[in-house]
Ligand binder design. Structure first.
Ligand SMILES: NC(=O)c1ccc[n+]([C@@H]2O[C@H](COP(=O)([O-])OP(=O)(O)OC[C@H]3O[C@@H](n4cnc5c(N)ncnc54)[C@H](O)[C@@H]3O)[C@@H](O)[C@H]2O)c1
Ligand SMILES: *[C@@H]1O[C@H](CO)[C@@H](O)[C@H](O)[C@H]1NC(C)=O
Ligand SMILES: *[C@@H]1O[C@H](CO)[C@@H](O)[C@H](O)[C@H]1NC(C)=O
Length: 414
């Protein structure tokens, strides 16, 4: 682990009274915290009734030093990048790749418990070992962002923090507004005010194509019939990006990821929990469309997505604003990052059965109309033309790497 963690205060002269009152105070805070938390079992960032995300876990001399060391590039020709959502699936891989090639990387993540936070902690630990420090804080905390941008001159912001997931929006709609709308605006505001302004690369989603039927999906297609609140917030983000580019001269690149999977992936995604359930002998639910139409996804392996993220970062032009004012037109782009090879979910299950050497118990149900779409297929020729994006991993090869990681990480002995 990073040496900056675990520093202890060395004032041992504290009297017993202070000691016990501190213990008592901490206990009291813990009880209050628990009772707030139990009224809202899944969310730790989005609910209006729990202002837990304002709890500051940042600041102080040690913290500032960790941030500055982490932000420091290997040489003057390398970048200094703020990666939000760095403890997340895509963010952790992108952070590691940037660091490996010599860029300075500072992470920012709130470690919410939308899915098992211990997985986020394990990713954080790995990154710390390679010298990436992750700030624990919320992207909608403008005070934190101001402090951070005062401390570091970022050349780029790779904004990957978001409330992901399609069906969870019915349980906790506010978390999408909090992170994907308010949080995005806070990030853009901080970038606008910075001098020089960084270039921004951020994650939109293939879900903006919504109920479109013309395939493959192309960046020029209309995206005005989203099928979920998640998709609607990503679409809103693209429009907000347009205004910040137009008014303030921010260079902004939106990336529409298509179903990303791989090692260190997200437990809320089908390939992940299918693996878990198949190994346990638990039945899995496979959805199908009207008239037994099969559901298909353009599954994209994480290493290909990382290449797409770095390619778009390297081809991003500088922002043109200064002192919060635009001095000339700035770059505004949106790219599909997919694999251009949709695979039916039944085929996904077959591949997993082969890799796990276990037959799945399948329940086939009609696809509910609560956010998921039938089919995704990316036209990636624009990213190919602009920065040579070319995915190289098919679903069999990618799932093999995922399963290997899964069995190792969860120490499954079969
Ligand atoms: N994985 C995919 O298939 C996929 C597809 C399309 C788009 N995306 C987008 O790509 C990005 C990365 O996705 P991922 O799969 O790595 O998801 P993830 O959930 O693993 O990562 C997101 C991270 O952001 C953090 N976060 C959420 N809200 C935050 C907030 N308010 N402040 C600070 N941190 C916050 C979370 O703790 C998490 O670690 C997201 O924007 C997501 O919407 C992902
Ligand atoms: C985001 O932050 C702003 C200003 O810092 C605050 O007014 C707003 O309530 C926050 N939004 C959400 C949804 O948390
Ligand atoms: C893919 O998109 C490009 C524009 O980026 C377009 O010229 C091409 O016709 C599209 N291909 C298909 C198969 O739709």
């Amino acid at each position: 682990m990073d040496k900056t963690f675990g520093h202890r205060n060395r004032h041992y002269s504290t009297s017993r009274l202070v000691f016990w009152s501190t213990i008592f105070g901490a206990l009291l805070m813990y009880i209050v915290f628990r009772s707030l938390r139990s009224s809202d079992s899944l969310d730790s960032s989005g609910s209006s009734s729990t202002p837990l995300h304002t709890t500051a876990k940042w600041g102080g001399k040690d913290w500032e030093q960790s941030v500055q060391i982490s932000a420091h590039p290997r040489s003057g020709s390398h970048n200094s990048v703020l990666v939000t959502g760095a403890a997340g699936f895509v963010g952790s891989h992108v952070s590691a790749a940037l660091k490996r090639r010599g860029d300075g990387v500072v992470g920012l993540d709130c470690f919410n418990n939308y899915y098992d936070p211990s997985l986020k902690r394990a990713r954080q630990k790995l990154l710390a070992e390679s010298g990436v420090f992750i700030i624990e804080g919320d992207i909608n905390d403008s005070e934190l962002l101001k402090k951070l941008f005062d401390l570091v001159t970022f050349t780029h912001v790779m904004h990957l923090a978001a409330q992901a997931g399609v069906r969870y929006a019915m349980k906790n709609p506010n978390s999408y507004v909090h992170s994907n709308i308010a949080g995005l605006v806070s990030i853009f505001e901080a970038c606008k005010a910075a001098n020089p302004q960084p270039a921004i690369i951020w994650a939109s989603s293939s879900s903006v194509y919504g109920l479109n039927t013309k395939v493959p999906f192309s960046e020029k297609d209309r995206t005005d019939n989203p099928a979920s609140l998640y998709a609607a917030t990503k679409k809103a983000g693209e429009e907000i990006a347009h205004t910040y580019n137009h008014i303030y001269g921010l260079s902004i690149t939106g990336l529409r990821f298509f179903t990303v999977y791989g090692p260190w992936g997200r437990p809320d995604m089908a390939y992940f929990f299918f693996t878990k359930d198949i190994l346990k002998g638990k039945p899995i639910t496979v959805y199908e469309g009207p008239a037994h139409a099969s559901v298909a996804r353009d599954f994209t392996f994480i290493d290909d997505i990382v290449k797409g993220c770095l390619g778009s970062l390297d081809s991003a032009e500088k922002s043109t604003g200064s002192g919060g004012k635009k001095t000339g037109p700035a770059q505004l782009r949106v790219f599909n990052l997919g694999n251009t090879s949709p695979v039916q979910v039944t085929r996904l299950v077959n591949i997993l059965e082969g890799l796990l050497k276990v037959k799945a118990k399948k329940n086939v149900l009609p696809l509910p109309r609560n956010g998921d779409v039938l089919y995704t297929h990316a036209n990636i020729s624009y990213a190919m033309k602009e920065f040579g994006y070319k995915p190289t991993t098919n679903l069999e090869a990618g799932l093999k790497k995922f399963v290997k990681w899964y069995l190792d990480y969860y120490s499954v002995t079969s």
